[in-house]
Design a protein around this ligand. Sequence first.
Ligand SMILES: Nc1ncnc2c1ncn2[C@@H]1O[C@H](COP(=O)(O)OP(=O)(O)O)[C@@H](O)[C@H]1O
Ligand SMILES: [Mg+2]
Length: 202
Amino acid sequence: MGKESDVYEARSYRPLALKFHREGYTNFREVMKEREYTADRDHVSWQYTARKAAEREYDALETLYPDVSVPQPVDHNRHAIVMERMEGAELSHAELDPEQAVGVLDLILRTAQDAYHEGYVHADLSEYNVFVDTDGVTVFDWPQAVPTDHENAPELLERDVENIVNYFGRKYPQQFPEDPAVDAISAAMREDAFESVREFLS
Ligand SMILES: Nc1ncnc2c1ncn2[C@@H]1O[C@H](COP(=O)(O)OP(=O)(O)O)[C@@H](O)[C@H]1O
Ligand SMILES: [Mg+2]
């Protein structure tokens, strides 16, 4: 379970995932603890926030799929989106063979590079928002994605790269005896020239 949503499996002619956004809702509950009275206005406002998040995520998936490895979007309504159900495991739970670690990190960074050139920086890239299976990686959870032409896009891209590179450095220290140059990697990604972190480990 993630922090800003509830995700359910749905059965259909193929495996689907149903994600209910609840951005703004936790806050709403906190506010309500402080007050006696439940104002309709606050109720409307968390639903509005969650609906906007669902729309933003759906728009990002529609733009990115299928050129970028993201779940296929199927439909959205109010604060819910329906998408393809991913197979595999969250990266945070995956025990990779150490020899695979560099290759998997490369796939994730290439996916982020592809997304950048299709129009978005993820802006919350982490081991919790990547699925890994035998076919490769899928990057999901896009509601906070920022358009590539936004002035903060380069900075957010570098932060994404740093998060995921640091995760691999912590989890697979033998494979990453030194810290790869995150600024150089993200600069290469902006040039669409990134292929492997190997080139950034001297
Ligand atoms: N398309 C999907 N297929 C399978 N599992 C999913 C899918 N989307 C999300 N999940 C699961 O639900 C969790 C929460 O989804 P996520 O999109 O990360 O939302 P958030 O972190 O904002 O709550 C994920 O960590 C993942 O385990
Ligand atoms: Mg998430």
